[in-house]
Design a protein around this ligand. Structure first.
Ligand code: PHE
Length: 341
C-alpha cells in the first residue's frame, strides 16, 4: 500500500492528479479509511500493531502529498517565469499627444508678465447682460458704439420685453464686476473670449482679449504707457515700436489706441521692421461714470484700463498673417507653425 501510493504521488503530473490520489488514499472513503474500519473486526492484539501502523502510514502519505504539492507549485511558477517574460529594454510605442493652442500659450505668457507687475487675474461670464456690456460702461441705448460693435444678441421668449442678453463684445464688463466685488485700489487683468459679427483676415466672430484695470489714488496716463511698453518689451523679447494714437471710447477719457510697427507682405508678418502698423489695443483713463457704476467714488480714485487683442499679438509674435487659421483646427497648419508635432 505504502509503496503504491508513494510511487503514485512521486509521479503525479499536476495538482488535479495529486488530489485524485489523496482521495483514493487518505480521503473519507479512501483505502486507508477502509482499512481503519476493519480494525474493529480484529483481535485487540492485532489492533495494537495494525492501528499505529495505519496511522503512521496515513501521516507519511499526507506529508508526501504536501511535499509534492509544493514541488508542483514551484514548477508551475518556474514555467510561468520562463514563458511569460517582458523585455523592458524595448522602446515604448509613440502615442499621439495634444499640444497647447497658440492662443492659450499667449494667454499664459501675458498673465505671467502682468503678474510680475502685480496684476492678478479676474474672470467674468461670456454671456452678459446689456447693463454690464454697455450701460455700466457709459454706452447708453442710443449710443452708436452699440451698433459698431456688431453684437450677437440672445433671443427672449415672445412677450418678454426685458433687454436680451448679449455675447460679450469685449472684456470690459469684467471691470465693472470686479469693481463691484472688490472696490479700490485694484490691479487686475481679465483674459477671455469675446464675440462680434465680423470676419476677415484680422477679424473672427470669436476672438480673445485681455482687459487691464489699475485703480489707485494717483494713477495717470504715464503709468498706463509705462506698463504697456514694459509689457511689449517682455512679450516680444525686444523693444518694438509702439504708436499711441488719441482715440475715443465711451468708458475712458482721455483714450488712446496702440499700434505695433510691423511689416506685412508676401503672406508674412514681422514685428520690429516695415511701415505697417497693427492695432492691438484700446486704452485710457477710466471714465468717472464707469467708476461710479462699479461703486467707486471718482472723487477719491482714478485708474487706467486697456483692452488688448490676444490673437493679434499672437499673430505678430508667430508671424501668422491670417487670424482665421487660428480657429480652423487644421493639424497641418498647427504643425507648420510648430504648434503640434
Ligand atoms: N473695450 C474696448 C474694445 O474692445 C477696448 C478698451 C478697453 C478701450 C479698455 C479702453 C479701455 O474695443
Amino acid at each position: 500500500l505504502r509503496q503504491k501510493y508513494l510511487e503514485q504521488i512521486a509521479n503525479a503530473a499536476d495538482e488535479a492528479g495529486l488530489e485524485d490520489i489523496r482521495l483514493a488514499a487518505v480521503g473519507k472513503k479512501g483505502e486507508i479509511a477502509l482499512k481503519m474500519r476493519e480494525l474493529g473486526k480484529m483481535t485487540p492484539e492485532e489492533r495494537q500493531t495494525a492501528g499505529p501502523a495505519l496511522n503512521a502510514l496515513k501521516d507519511e502519505i499526507n506529508s508526501a502529498l504536501s511535499g509534492k504539492k509544493a514541488a508542483l507549485a514551484d514548477a508551475a511558477l518556474d514555467e510561468r517565469l520562463r514563458t511569460e517574460w517582458l523585455d523592458v529594454t524595448l522602446p515604448s510605442r509613440v502615442r499621439p499627444e495634444g499640444t497647447i493652442h497658440p492662443v492659450s500659450q499667449v494667454m499664459d505668457e501675458v498673465a505671467a508678465i502682468f503678474a510680475d507687475m502685480g496684476f492678478a487675474v479676474a474672470e467674468g461670464p461670456q454671456i452678459e447682460t446689456d447693463w454690464y456690456n454697455f450701460d455700466a460702461l457709459n454706452i447708453p441705448g442710443h449710443h452708436p458704439a452699440r451698433a459698431e460693435m456688431d453684437t450677437f444678441y440672445t433671443h427672449r421668449a415672445e412677450g418678454d420685453n426685458r433687454p436680451p442678453h448679449v455675447l460679450r463684445t469685449h472684456t470690459s464688463p469684467v471691470q465693472i464686476r470686479h469693481m463691484e466685488a472688490n472696490g479700490a485700489p485694484t490691479r487686475i487683468i481679465c483674459p477671455g473670449r469675446v464675440y462680434r459679427a465680423d470676419y476677415d483676415q484680422t477679424h473672427t466672430p470669436m476672438f480673445h482679449q485681455v482687459e487691464g484695470l489699475a485703480i489707485d489714488k494717483d494713477i495717470s496716463m504715464a503709468n498706463l504707457k509705462w506698463v504697456l511698453e514694459e509689457f511689449f518689451t517682455a512679450y516680444f523679447g525686444t523693444s518694438v515700436k509702439t504708436r499711441f494714437r488719441a482715440s475715443h471710447f465711451p468708458f475712458t477719457e482721455p483714450s488712446a489706441e496702440v499700434d505695433i510697427q510691423c511689416s506685412w507682405q508676401d503672406g508674412t508678418v514681422k514685428v520690429g521692421e516695415g511701415d505697417d502698423w497693427l492695432e492691438v489695443l484700446g486704452s485710457g483713463m477710466v471714465h468717472p461714470k464707469v467708476l461710479q457704476a462699479g461703486g467707486i467714488d471718482p472723487a477719491d480714485w482714478q485708474g487706467f484700463a486697456f483692452g488688448m487683442g490676444i490673437d493679434r499679438i499672437a499673430m505678430l509674435k508667430y508671424g501668422i498673417p491670417d487670424l482665421r487659421a487660428f480657429f480652423d483646427s487644421d493639424l497641418r497648419w498647427l504643425r507648420h507653425y510648430g504648434f503640434a508635432s
